[in-house]
Design a protein around this ligand. Structure first.
Ligand SMILES: Cc1cc2nc3c(=O)[nH]c(=O)nc-3n(C[C@H](O)[C@H](O)[C@H](O)COP(=O)(O)OP(=O)(O)OC[C@H]3O[C@@H](n4cnc5c(N)ncnc54)[C@H](O)[C@@H]3O)c2cc1C
Length: 320
């Protein structure tokens, strides 16, 4: 166990947290990144829509980012932060290892976790034969047999989106009711509607998704399935600090931030999927970049006030 004071501690070393760290270390700030090593897209072998890095492994991108931060003197520690607390002079950060650190500012970029529907075999396909984002993975499945699983109000729209990538799209309602006008819109664009309940996935000998097993014993042949999982922010640390929330995705409370990522708690910023479920890698990265610069500006403002107070105190002190 040891105590050190950093200008900023960044909790979460995905694209949001590492981008903020890069800005801060280049501004000559002392920065500690603590990362438990489970970025949301770790299930995917390739990453897309990331200019200059299209098709890269998401894990390679983060490894490269960590090297860049360390090159400027930043420290990246593989650990989980288990508790944070604040007082008038800063923040206490406790790691699962038992180490404790102090920070003048905190940035929380802990991402979210995807809760998949309880369909046998689906979790094993996540990032391999089951995906969330047409812009990230649609191109790779163009003109193939695409399934879309109904999980919520935006699912029919997701099927309509994927029709842009393939003429062969099937919408699996998994036994749920579907309004007539939605059926009309789907069938008008040639999207098949499969209403039978789902029993599980079927795979080929190499474990690749090959279809959806239906409860009556039939199998619908598809190459890939897209779905919207339930997204749950990893916001426990933010809530423990008292960060204000607003109704967000699905009506659930999400931590509120301004356009720089600043939360309602003085000295605490949050960026990426923990506050914005739609943030892709470039969006999380951009938010981290803005937050990093804003944290540096906030530290400079504090340093101006401290210098002024010291100058005033010196002026009042009688010379001997
Ligand atoms: C299957 C799949 C494929 C995707 N493909 C793409 C794609 O091709 N292109 C694209 O732009 N986007 C893609 N995405 C979205 C992408 O995953 C997110 O945009 C991105 O991960 C958001 O970055 P982030 O920094 O907010 O969070 P994350 O990348 O999830 O990083 C959060 C980090 O915080 C750490 N953490 C959490 N809690 C703690 C704690 N208490 N202490 C310490 N560390 C903690 C986690 O371990 C993790 O490393 C995909 C998502 C999925 C699910």
């Amino acid at each position: 166990m040891h105590h050190e004071t950093w200008d900023a501690i960044i909790i979460g070393g995905g694209s949001g947290g590492l981008s903020a760290a890069l800005m801060l270390v280049r501004a000559r700030r002392r920065v500690l990144v603590v990362d438990s090593g489970a970025p949301r897209n770790r299930f995917a072998a390739h990453m897309h829509g990331v200019l200059g890095r299209d098709g890269w492994s998401p894990l390679d991108l983060l490894a490269t980012g960590r090297t860049e931060i360390e090159r400027y003197g930043g420290v990246v520690t593989p650990a989980e932060v288990v508790a944070v607390a604040h007082d008038d002079s800063g923040f206490d950060v406790e790691l699962g290892t038992g180490d404790r650190h102090r920070a003048r500012r905190l940035l929380i970029a802990t991402g979210l976790h995807d809760e998949l529907p309880d369909i046998p075999g689906l979790a094993e396909q996540w990032g391999r034969g089951a995906f969330v984002c047409p812009y990230c993975d649609g191109w790779e499945w163009r003109d193939r047999r695409i399934g879309v699983l109904a999980t919520g109000p935006m699912s029919a729209h997701q099927a309509q989106m994927l029709r842009q990538w393939s003429p062969d799209v099937a919408y699996f309602t998994n036994g749920a009711e579907l309004p007539d006008d939605t059926v009309a819109e789907l069938t008008a664009r040639g999207i098949a509607v499969e209403r039978r309940a789902i029993a599980g996935t079927s795979n080929d000998d190499d474990g690749r998704l090959s279809g959806i097993r239906l409860s009556d014993g039939d199998t619908a042949t598809i190459d890939v399935i897209f779905l919207h999982p339930r997204v749950v922010p990893n916001d426990g640390l933010l809530l423990s600090l008292g960060a204000a929330t607003v109704p967000g995705h699905g009506g659930a409370p999400w931590v509120e931030v301004d356009e720089t990522g600043r939360t309602s708690v003085d000295g605490v910023w949050a960026v990426g999927n923990v506050v914005n479920p739609s943030a892709s890698v470039p969006v999380a990265s951009g938010a981290g970049n803005v937050a990093g610069a804003t944290i540096n500006a906030d530290l400079i403002e504090e340093e101006i006030q401290t210098a002024l107070a010291a100058a005033e105190a010196a002026a009042l002190t009688p010379r001997s």
